[in-house]
Design a protein around this ligand. Structure first.
Ligand code: AMP
Ligand code: GLY
Length: 425
């Protein structure tokens, strides 16, 4: 069976790597892909945003399943377009993708489904937002309501910083139309976890837990990024906590989406804060997380293609998910300057040496092939991922691999997985 995977990040390399192990895979095409996905299938030079061209390609190449990786084409209705052409597509409809693409929609859905998140209000005018923020004397979180590549959230311990953030989003339009509305929330305290589940409209199959590291600096300092590393499982999510998250968050949201007339199919990702009062939602994503997917799929033993088809056919209850019990850790190597300005085109060496280590996979994200070299081509460049007997072993092995890889200005956090290690000793 031929599959078309859309996207070009570390997440898509991990999905391609896993799909390539499927017993029923015929040809795998990735549009546009990266040098990592090119090792798993054939890259096709069509941008993820060019939905018409992608549909034509799928029609002309006997594609039985399309997998949409990133949020932008999902929100733009890619899945609807493939389905209208009679092709199965893994991911939510454009309407259902509003759960990520419009944080005001998500807030409303959580309210009507009695799902716990931070107290918050939506604003469409800066003057109103400013007056509200100024009236508060507690930390605030300011969020662009639209899609902003994981960078649209400002956690402000001082409300006056919140006013500056709201002004940047609503008046300076640093995220363009994604800043037409903002959500102003209370700051929640606790430890974060990423809970990803396969959903077929009705059935929910929760994956192993994971934890991202959003901030650029060790100890979670500095601005937020798309994610600087991740590990799975996350010990903060005990079995009891996972049951609570499924019961109090995932089930009501999937029910709420059905009631709303936007049934949910694909991967539902709940970013939760495990607070003293229980789990509370920080955000929903309508796709696999990046970089959480890298350690999660490294641990998945079951056939991903089979699971994705079951999701599309509404028969998720017929498959089982089996996991490697060993933990996995992914360290993101980024270009110096990210998440601000950074340069591209730096030659990367040492990937092959790193991959010689047992249970290590180097997932490509912002890379490109140039002459005989692999060069940097984005902010998050590589996701160096390792499994180990313990989380500490997996961390040590991931950094051993990282240290073999060199490029000008390479930056990574050095503390990925430390929170988990602390909980397990
Ligand atoms: P989001 O894109 O909404 O997940 O936000 C990105 C990051 O901002 C989260 O992973 C948290 O680290 C932080 N964040 C978002 N909302 C809150 C909140 N209400 N309280 C504390 N931190 C938050
Ligand atoms: N790692 C966070 C995200 O994928 O949005």
């Amino acid at each position: 069976m031929n599959v078309l995977l859309i996207g070009n990040g570390g997440r898509e390399h991990a999905i391609a790597w896993k799909l390539a192990q499927s017993k029923n895979l015929g040809k795998l095409y990735i549009a546009p892909g990266n040098p990592g996905t090119a090792q798993c299938g054939k890259n096709i030079p069509i941008e993820a945003s060019d939905i018409d061209k992608l549909v034509d390609f799928a029609k002309g190449n006997n594609i039985a399943l399309v997998v949409v990786g990133p949020e932008d084409p999902l929100a733009a209705g890619a899945v609807d377009a493939f389905e209208a052409a009679g092709i199965k597509a893994f991911g939510p409809s454009g309407g259902a993708a509003q759960l990520e693409a419009d944080k005001a929609f998500a807030k409303q859905l959580m309210r009507s489904s009695a799902v716990s998140s931070a107290e918050g209000q939506v604003f469409e005018r800066f003057a109103d937002a400013k007056a509200y923020i100024a009236s508060r004397d507690a930390p605030v979180v300011i969020k662009a309501a639209g899609l902003a590549k994981g960078k649209g959230v400002f956690v402000c311990d001082d409300p006056s910083d919140g006013i500056v953030a709201a002004e940047k989003i609503m008046c300076d339009r640093i995220f363009g139309s994604a800043g037409n509305k903002i959500v102003v929330e209370d700051k929640l305290l606790g430890e974060e976890a990423s809970i990803l589940a396969f959903v077929d409209g009705r059935n929910i199959y929760v994956m192993e837990s994971s934890q991202d590291h959003k901030a650029i600096g060790d100890g979670d300092v500095g601005p937020n990024t798309g994610g600087m590393g991740a590990y799975s499982p996350a010990p903060v999510v005990t079995g009891v906590m996972m049951d609570k998250i499924a019961r109090e968050i995932l089930v009501p949201v999937v029910d709420g989406m059905n009631r709303n007339g936007t049934p949910y199919k694909g991967v539902l990702y709940a970013g939760v804060m495990v607070t003293a009062g229980g789990p509370r939602v920080l955000e929903f994503n309508v796709r696999f997380g990046d970089p959480e997917t890298q350690p999660i799929l490294m641990r998945l033993k079951s056939d991903l293609l089979e699971i994705m088809l079951a999701v599309c056919d509404g028969r998720l209850d017929e498959v089982t998910l089996q996991w490697d019990p060993r933990p996995a850790v992914c360290v993101v190597m980024a270009a110096g300057g990210y998440p601000g300005e950074y340069e591209k085109g730096k030659i990367i060496t040492g990937i092959a040496q790193a991959e010689k280590l047992e249970d290590v996979v180097v997932f490509h994200a912002g890379t490109a092939a140039k002459d005989a070299n692999i060069v940097t081509n984005g902010g998050r460049v590589l996701g160096v991922t390792a499994m180990g007997q313990t989380i500490a072993d997996a961390k040590a092995k991931a950094y051993e691999a990282v240290d073999k890889i060199k490029f000008d200005g390479a930056y990574c956090r050095r503390d990925i997985a430390d929170k988990a290690i602390k909980r397990t000793i």
